[in-house]
Write a protein that binds this ligand. Sequence first.
Ligand code: FAD
Length: 467
Amino acid sequence: MADSFDVAILGSGPGGYVAAIRAGQFGLTTAIIEKDARLGGTCLHRGCIPTKALLYTAELFHRVQNAAAFGIDVGSAVVDWNAAQKHKQKVVDKNAGGVDFLMKKNKVTVIKGFGKLLGKGKIEIKGADGAVKIIEAKNIILATGSVVSTLPSISIDNERILSSDSILTLPVIPKSLVVLGAGAVGTEFASIFNQVGSKVTLIEFLPRVLPLEDEDVSAELKKQLVRQKIDVLTSTTFESVTRTKGGVQVKAKGSDGKEIIIEAEYFLSAVGRKPVTEGIGLEVTNIKRNPKGAITVDPMMRTTEPNVYAIGDITTYPMLAHCASAMGTLAAEDIAGKNPRPINIDRVPNATYCYPEVASVGLTEKRARERGFDVKVGTFPFSAVGKAAISDEGIGFVKIVSDKKYDEVLGVHLVGPHATELLAEACVGLQLETTTEELGRTIHAHPTLSEAIHEAAEVTLGHPIHI
Ligand code: FAD
């Protein structure tokens, strides 16, 4: 007799493990299947957490180098990259232990091995030792996530031509690094290595960095990256990367059609990710996918196969950890018959931890206009915020996009110090359908960076105090 569960979840990333916890909380018998040695997925082992640990080291080094201006003499600081890597691993291990604990706490059965759908609620799991086990589940949640994808012209060798996976374990700080792709992953690695002393070139095919963000934010970020001496080549077409004796040679074409040749020690391909849908038995189901292979789901995360759900990076939703978790919660709640509310994609926040940070929620100015809103905009610079001056971080701004008719806030866009933390206020605001007047009337503590949000609302209303 195969083991039988109410819910079986394939993949233990922030989608899968959160779905398992929520299902466990409802008293559903739940199994989670994971092929990797540890639970936690891309986010914990190759994504959000390790990158932010290295970013913390990089930013701390940057601060320590400037400590004299704040009255602290630390002599000349050096980065111990080996120790930085150990710190990163310690954080990852601690969090992985936390996920293990939460599985136990919520009575989730953890099954290690590669899972594959057999149809009719059956899943085959092949362990690392080759042993095969079959389980049955009334409901299945697919949460196999995504993996690195690159251009056909790039052969990632994980020695000099790296992916976002292999760059994380680089044993040395590169003297020079070319990063292809100025999305969130590319700009974060560009910031890490620039701050610890590499000469960084960032190449982007589109005319701006972080192309999905508001155009003003992209322009400000590019300005700040250039100020930090990163070579930012937008509107540049990548042609090739080849190994040389000392590293790599990268060829590209600038917007003026001129050939660009860059010699560097390392190359990072940060051009995207693809959903993991191969080898998991989708062919025995009627599950529909879009042309890029991502699974399409209804607002309750149901696929086109009865009792099979899909969540996270494997779907057409944004490839973000918090989105995967929200989808996991929703799927578990639907299975438990709790009638959950669908996710509003417009309210999924974006956070990029480059320096300075970028964060946004809601519509960009352009998208709001495209949707037919009569738009008003209020922008307030961090240079006019007292708290930012204290840490000498008066760079960037807050931009609020709102609707003239009802004054509703449609989008909040930040580039500047601690932008990713400040965003939470905007997320709550949009969730509660707030207006700029309500934001302007909300008393913000002084001195805080959040005063920039208050003042941006006041700009929209035509009466800011500090500019
Ligand atoms: P994943 O986290 O990819 O987990 C899927 C799991 O399924 C994996 O553990 C995999 O081993 C397992 N699996 C796959 N196939 C099988 C199988 N057949 N059987 C058993 N197990 C299987 N997002 C953010 O929100 N914030 C960030 O700061 C951020 N930073 C990032 C930085 C980098 C460098 C990268 C690459 C990504 C980052 N992301 C970030 C994106 C985030 O990591 C993903 O959106 C998130 O991990 C998706 O979660 P998931 O549960 O869908 O899948």
